[in-house]
Write a protein that binds this ligand. Structure first.
Ligand code: NCD
Length: 370
């Protein structure tokens, strides 16, 4: 069965097929309006969401399917102490596919171990957000006509911004991508992405401290919100919250054909004066999110019983190897150091994999053990 937990669970070819189907849906929506009649999507949202949940709901409805689920874990059995795995076992009796958002990193990966229906990760903590990535890939394709060869600037909260982590992983499969990281020191991209994605897969990147110095080079500017809810230290949040603000003056330095993306919600990092600039693609991006989710749900159901599309190895880094619990490569009593990881929050076993660069990482959240 095919689950989508990390963008690299999809091969490049499968990703291309989803983007192509989304474009076909856009071209002829009528053709698809009944194709998922009598199918059900469950949306299990343990963490707040507007766009992502509604986008999944609208996507399923536009395909003729139905939707059930919860948008507030307090109204579900979770408040009685039910585990993620039990909830997924139960919901799998009612639905054909599950979209889940959770504040605990790796929760969806853990859920796949017992699920009898495909699981889509709609965001797990600050770890991963693969359906936003598909949205971003479709948006770049539609705005610029290509993904290969682009220079993309990521600006803002690169530490906690899961959409950034997932998109960089996905972009590593395209040719000649240049990544420019624009963030204060406190919000820099985590090392695991720099090492295991950029260095290992040959994505050129550099880190800068101002938007102005790189604006003229960019084909895409990917803005993000500072993720207040993920800070443990509010003083630190207050120091960095207004770090980078995009305004009309900065836009005047950019290429005529640049595209500004933002997963939304925005707080104050893009002034509303930018909204009327034709390069502001973030509201078009929202609609692309619905089309790409229509394509994704259709494909996951089509691939469900085809072993050729099964997830290979663990979700996450392509080419990674699962280590047996008694592997000599693991330090005695190894534990994941991430307090927000599922294996430190539910009775998920500690499980590790070794990446091609030799690092040993948690299978659920990618935290480095050694
Ligand atoms: C993002 C998310 O939830 O990670 N939003 C979204 O899914 N469109 C970005 C954010 O919350 O800042």
């Amino acid at each position: 069965m095919k689950h989508l937990i990390d963008p690299t669970d999809l091969t490049k070819q499968e990703t291309d097929q989803i983007i192509a189907l989304a474009q076909d849906i856009i071209a002829d929506r009528q053709k698809y309006q009944e194709i998922l009649a009598h199918k059900k999507l469950a949306t299990l949202f343990y963490e707040p969401s507007t766009r992502t949940r509604l986008s999944f709901t609208a996507a399923m409805m536009e395909l003729g399917g139905n939707v059930l689920g919860f948008s507030d874990a307090k109204s579900s059995s979770v408040s009685k102490g039910e585990t993620v795995q039990d909830t997924v076992r139960v919901v799998g009796c009612f639905a054909d596919v599950i979209a889940m958002r959770h504040h605990i990193e790796g929760a969806q990966q853990y859920a796949t171990e017992v699920s009898r229906v495909p699981i889509i990760n709609a965001g797990d903590g600050s770890h991963s957000h693969p359906t936003q990535t598909l949205t971003d890939l479709l948006t770049i394709t539609r705005e610029l006509g290509h993904i290969d060869g682009i220079t993309i600037g990521f600006c803002g909260d690169l530490k906690f911004g899961r959409t950034v982590h997932s998109l960089i992983k996905a972009l590593s499969r395209y040719k000649d991508i240049k990544v420019i990281l624009i963030a204060p020191d406190e919000l820099k991209l985590p090392d695991y992405i720099k090492q295991d994605v950029c260095d290992r897969l040959g994505v050129q990147y550099r880190e800068v401290h101002t938007m102005e110095e790189v604006m003229p080079e960019l084909d895409v500017l990917y803005m993000t919100r500072v993720q207040q809810e993920r800070f443990l230290d509010m003083d630190e949040f207050n120091r960095v919250k207004d770090s980078f603000v995009l305004d009309a003056k900065k836009m005047s330095l950019a290429k005529e054909k640049m595209a500004v993306l933002h997963p939304l919600p925005r707080v104050n990092e893009i002034l509303t004066e930018v909204d009327s600039d034709p390069r502001a693609a973030y509201f078009r991006q929202v609609e692309n999110g619905k089309f790409v989710r229509m394509a994704l749900i259709t494909k996951l159901l089509e691939w469900k019983d085809d072993p050729a599309h099964d997830n290979v190895g663990r979700a996450g880094m392509a080419g990674s190897n699962l280590l047996a619990a008694d592997s000599e490569e693991l330090p005695a009593g190894a534990r994941c150091p991430n307090s927000k990881c599922i294996c430190n929050n539910e009775n998920a076993p500690a499980r590790f994999h070794k990446t091609d660069s030799g690092a040993i990482r948690c299978c659920y959240c990618d935290a480095r053990i050694k």
